[in-house]
Design a protein around this ligand. Structure first.
Ligand code: GLT
Ligand code: MN
Ligand code: MN
Length: 386
C-alpha cells in the first residue's frame, strides 16, 4: 500500500543546502560527515519528493571565488535543478560566517563593514534572481552584542533600517520581482541579537520606506528559545499579511538553537501550527531549517529529511480529522469558538446602550467551558487513539 503521508512536489517542501548539508560540527566537536555537493543534494532531495532548495550565497559559491569559477558553479547547479525538476524559491546571504562580520554586518560600528555587507547582499540577490528565487531572507546572525557599551542600541536599529531601505531601493531599481523576509532570533551566536522576535520584526517593518516589500520568516526554534507560543506569532504575521516564508524545525524550550527535526519535540504545538498554515491558505514553501543529529551518517540525513516532510503530512491529516470530528466540532460550537459577534463600530447611541445594559455576570462566570475534555480529544487524536 502506498504511504499516504509520502511527500509530493505539490506539498512545496524545501530544505536549505546548509541543512541536509550540515556536517555535524558543533562548538565542542569537529564535523562527523563528509561535505555533499549542492548538485548531489538537489538530486537526493528531489528523489525524496521535495519541491526545492534554498541557499546562502556561500553555500553554493565559496567566499572569494573568481567570476569564472562562480559562473561555472552556477551553470552546473542550474543544470541539476532542471534535470531534477527542483526550484530555488528562497535565497539569502551569509553575513555571519566570515570574521569580518564579528561585530555585526548591517549594524557593525565600522561603516566599511556595513558597506561590504550591503555589497555582498546585492551580489547575493543577483544570484538569487538568476536562480529564480522570489523570496529573500535576511537573518542578522551577528547583529547583536556581548558588550552593550559598544554602541547605542537605537543607533543599531537605525543602521539596520538604512541597509534594508537601501536594498529595497536596489531591488526596485533592478525591477526584480522579489520580497524580503526578516528572520528574528533572541541570541546565539551573539549574547543578544537586536530585533529578537517576530513581533519586534513586525513593528520594525512598519518603520521602513517600503514596508509592503518586507515581511517575516519566523523560525520555530528561535521563538521557542524565547519561550513564546510559535503558532500565535504566526497567526499575527498572517493577520498582518506578512508571513512571506517560514522555517520549520523543533526545539526544547530554554536551550541553545537546536534546529531539531520538525515535530520531533513539540507535538501539540506543531499540530496547531500545521493546522493554522493549512487552514489559512498559506501557499508559500514549507521550508525546513534544521539538521540531522550529530550521531548520523548520510543515511541518517535522508531519514531526517524524509521524517520532517512525513511528519508535516501526518499533522495535515490530523488537522483534517480535527475539522471532521463531530464531537470536537460540537464542543467548539458549544464553546462559541467561531462566534465572532462583536459590538460593531462605535456610535454615541450604541455606547450609551452598552453602558445601560445589565449583564448576569455570575451566570457568565459559572459556565464551565469543557476545555479539559476538548484538549483530551486533541491528545487522543494526536496519539492515534481516536
Ligand atoms: C543559519 C540560521 C538560520 C537562518 C539561516 C538563514 S542561516 O542556519 O541558524 O536560522 O535561517 O540565514
Ligand atoms: Mn532559520
Ligand atoms: Mn535555528
Amino acid at each position: 500500500m502506498p504511504d499516504p503521508y509520502a511527500p509530493k512536489k505539490s506539498d512545496k517542501f524545501t530544505f536549505g543546502l546548509w541543512t541536509v548539508g550540515n556536517p555535524g560540527r558543533d562548538p565542542f566537536g569537529d564535523p562527523v560527515r563528509e561535505p555533499m555537493a549542492p548538485t548531489y543534494i538537489v538530486k537526493m532531495l528531489s528523489q525524496l519528493g521535495a519541491y526545492g532548495v534554498n541557499l546562502h550565497d556561500n553555500d553554493l559559491v565559496p567566499f572569494g571565488a573568481s567570476a569564472a569559477e562562480r559562473d561555472r558553479i552556477v551553470r552546473e547547479f542550474k543544470a541539476a535543478l532542471s534535470d531534477h525538476g527542483m526550484k530555488v524559491p528562497m535565497a539569502t546571504t551569509n553575513l555571519f560566517g566570515h570574521p569580518v562580520f564579528k561585530d555585526g554586518a548591517f549594524t557593525a560600528n565600522d561603516p566599511k563593514v556595513r558597506a561590504f555587507a550591503v555589497q555582498k547582499t546585492m551580489r547575493s540577490i543577483d544570484l538569487g534572481m538568476e536562480l529564480g528565487a522570489r523570496i529573500y531572507v535576511m537573518w542578522g546572525g551577528r547583529e547583536g552584542v556581548e558588550a552593550d557599551a559598544c554602541r547605542d542600541a537605537r543607533e543599531a536599529i537605525k543602521r539596520y533600517r538604512d541597509c534594508v531601505n537601501f536594498l529595497c531601493d536596489y531591488v526596485r531599481d533592478q525591477k526584480y520581482d522579489v520580497r524580503f523576509a526578516l528572520e528574528a532570533k533572541p541570541n546565539e551566536p551573539r549574547s543578544d541579537l537586536y530585533l529578537p522576535t517576530t513581533g519586534h520584526m513586525l513593528a520594525f517593518i512598519e518603520t521602513l520606506d517600503h514596508p509592503e516589500m518586507v515581511g517575516v520568516n519566523p523560525e520555530v526554534a528561535h521563538e521557542q528559545m524565547s519561550g513564546l507560543n510559535f503558532h500565535h506569532g504566526i497567526a499575527q504575521a498572517i493577520d498582518a499579511g506578512k508571513l512571506f516564508h517560514i522555517d520549520l524545525n523543533d526545539q526544547k524550550p530554554g536551550r541553545y538553537d537546536q534546529d531539531l527535526r520538525f515535530g520531533s519535540e513539540s507535538l501539540k504545538g506543531m499540530f496547531f501550527l500545521v493546522k493554522l498554515l493549512e487552514e489559512s491558505g498559506y501557499d508559500g514553501p514549507r521550508h525546513f531549517d534544521s539538521h540531522a543529529y550529530r550521531t548520523e551518517d548520510e543515511a541518517g540525513v535522508w531519514a531526517f529529511a524524509h521524517g520532517s516532510m512525513r511528519t508535516y503530512n501526518i499533522f495535515k491529516d490530523k488537522a483534517r480529522r480535527f475539522a471532521a470530528d463531530t464531537e470536537i466540532q460540537a464542543l467548539l460550537k458549544e464553546a462559541g469558538a467561531s462566534n465572532g459577534d462583536g459590538l460593531g463600530a462605535y456610535s454615541r447611541e450604541k455606547g450609551k446602550q452598552l453602558k445601560d445594559t445589565t449583564f448576569d455576570v455570575d451566570a457568565l462566570a459559572r459556565k464551565g467551558l469543557a476545555y479539559e475534555h476538548l484538549d483530551q480529544l486533541v491528545v487522543d487524536l494526536l496519539l492515534g487513539a481516536r
